[in-house]
Design a binder for this molecule. Sequence first.
Ligand SMILES: [Zn+2]
Length: 145
Amino acid sequence: MTAPRCGYCGELSRKTTGKEVYPHKPKLSEIIIYVCDPCHASVGCHVGTDRATGTLAKRSLKGKRIHTHRLFDYFWKQGYMSRKRAYENLAFAMGIPFKFAHIGLFNETQCDEAMRVCKKWRKKYEPTATEDFSKNEGGGNLFPS
Ligand SMILES: [Zn+2]
């Protein structure tokens, strides 16, 4: 694919690899990454492809997307709903078309909204839960109040 435009400045991004962006992570050296140098924004690609996983993001947005994904993935990984159903439910709850229900496309406001949806789901599916999610690989408190 052609390099995506940076959503912050509107310029075309530059194509590079993990070798440049993550020099200390040899595992990522082959991954193709699009970067916008002036904005310090970037997006990685699906392994073995030059298809971006979403839109270019700065550090704060990346952190939010990662956190949102951890909350969201919990529900289909636990089997409360299928993965597809989870995305359908998320799209419905956020009032967005299913095809845009990808956390990699979300901005910070949408991440906040998606996390609120996940917190509602937790109340629905685990009404008695008070503890953190120990099964969560990422560790830490997934659902800070
Ligand atoms: Zn930019």
